[in-house]
Design a binder for this molecule. Structure first.
Ligand SMILES: [Zn+2]
Length: 471
């Protein structure tokens, strides 16, 4: 600013100096032109020349403005439209996040009219249509997104969700594959292909898809290992059902080697090893898994490895398990049960009491009541334990991290929601029960209303893409 003022003062000073110079040197100028004669003082002439020059500059500026005007005006108007369009887009996205369907639709229409096919405007329109429950319109917007290079990937995602909502797994798989082809390193399409194949029970195809995802580094090596182990356990089960024992053993061994913490892998391996007479290898497999994730099924399999109906031999076997880790409640429960089978009431009671201090859950009270009945009949003691059972903490179970459903046994695919690799051995808590009530499927993948974060993350707790569709 100061520079401009300095410049202004310099110009004024120059003018004043010139004016003073002229005034001090008086004289007249005479002009003769086409019969006219004009005589004027030099100062007046100088002033006239200055005024003419200023006029010329002014006229030139007006001319320039008139020439460039319409373009400038057009540009100004276009940027105004864009600004309004982006404002509508922002407001629309906020409305989508808030679940305000009417407002979302209003802003989506505005953004689309102002931004003319901008990728985000299409996405907003699709989401607004979904909020309105207009699946047909949502589908059309997602289809339109397939035409654009930038939007095709998201279009496939939207169409995958729509297909799952309809329960059309084949179409969903096709969109997952196409999205994967567009961005092989992206996690969700790679996982979606694996999950969709697994949900259909195509274990081998799911394994091939897992290989592909891992090669493209779309999923972490740890997750890939765990998921491959889950698939191998299911392959092992299919082999067992078909009587292919050798293949079943190989699958179980591979699953256990890949993911030693897998309870079902270790149990299957131990049973198959014990069946082929290799009790040592069977015990080793259970021991490895037991250290990483103690589980009642492992304890049962451990006792079964002894392959004897002799109750005392089974007690001895269970005692060996307790010795492995005296803080494992499951081992004490297993030993108590073996003790009850052998009618060793005192031993059973001791280990049930230990289990009660370690993990006072329902099964301990159930066994204590059973023990009291076996020892003394249906007396006050048995009734006391029975009463405590009613208010005891629930036992751990295989709980689906996606839908919260508890299952009796482990399965690679949740029998309720169809999520792949979602079960975890855990205590069913109130949050999980809540999850079970929120009976939402994979449709929520793109649904902005209740679960905007349902996008599968490349973590161990990845939410499944495949859900209700399996119902
Ligand atoms: Zn589930």
């Amino acid at each position: 600013m100061t520079r401009r003022w300095l410049w202004f003062f310099a110009k004024v000073a120059l003018l004043v100096a010139v004016a003073v110079w002229l005034v001090r040197r008086p004289g007249t100028v005479s002009i003769e032109w086409m019969g006219w004669q004009v005589e004027m003082r030099l100062a007046v002439l100088a002033l006239a020349v200055l005024v003419l020059m200023a006029l010329a500059v002014g006229l030139y500026r007006v001319w320039r403005a008139l020439l460039g005007g319409p373009g400038l005006w057009r540009r100004g108007r276009a940027s105004g439209r864009k600004e309004k369009g982006y404002r509508a887009l922002n407001q629309g996205l906020v409305a989508v996040a808030a679940g305000d369907a009417d407002s979302a639709l209003k802003h989506a229409r505005k953004a689309e009219a102002l931004l003319e096919g901008a990728p985000l405007a299409l996405l907003l329109s699709a989401q607004a249509a979904q909020l309105q429950g207009d699946e047909g319109a949502a589908e059309r917007f997602f289809q339109a997104m397939l035409a654009g290079k930038e939007t095709a990937f998201l279009g496939h995602r939207g169409l995958l969700t729509q297909a799952l909502k309809r329960g059309d797994r084949a179409v969903a798989l096709e969109h997952a594959r196409q999205a994967q082809a567009l961005q092989p390193k992206a996690e969700w399409p790679a996982s979606a292909v694996v999950e969709l194949e697994a949900a259909s029970g195509n274990w081998l195809a799911a394994e091939a898809a897992l290989d592909k995802a891992q090669r493209a580094q779309a999923i972490t090596p740890e997750l890939a290992r765990r998921r491959r182990a889950a698939l191998l356990v299911e392959e092992c089960r299919a082999d067992l059902a078909a009587g292919r024992l050798e293949e079943a053993l190989q699958d179980a061994q591979k699953a256990h080697d890949l993911y030693p913490a897998s309870v079902p892998a270790a149990v299957h391996l131990a049973k198959l090893r014990a069946r082929s007479g290799n009790a040592k290898a069977a015990s080793r497999a259970i021991e490895q898994a037991w250290k990483l994730s103690p589980h009642p099924d492992l304890a049962d399999a451990w006792v079964d490895v002894a392959d004897t109906q002799d109750p005392i031999a089974r007690v001895k076997r269970a005692e060996a398990l307790v010795a492995l880790d005296p803080r494992a409640a499951d081992a004490h429960v297993a030993l108590a049960r073996a003790g009850m089978d052998a009618r060793l009431w005192g031993l059973a009671r001791t280990h049930l009491e230990t289990a009660r201090t370690l993990a006072p859950t329902a099964r301990v009270y159930r066994l204590l009541a059973e023990l009291a009945r076996a020892e003394h009949g249906d007396g006050p003691q048995a009734r006391e334990w029975q009463a405590k059972l009613a208010s005891a903490a629930p036992d751990p179970a295989w709980v689906c991290g996606s839908c919260g459903t508890q299952a009796h046994g482990w399965a690679a695919v949740c029998p309720h929601c169809g999520g792949f690799d979602t079960q975890a051995w855990t205590t069913p808590g109130p949050t999980l029960r809540l999850a079970a009530q929120a009976d939402e499927g994979p449709a929520a993948l793109f649904s902005p209303t209740s679960r905007p974060t349902r996008l599968p993350a490349p973590s161990d707790k990845a939410a499944p893409l495949v859900g209700q569709a399996s119902q």
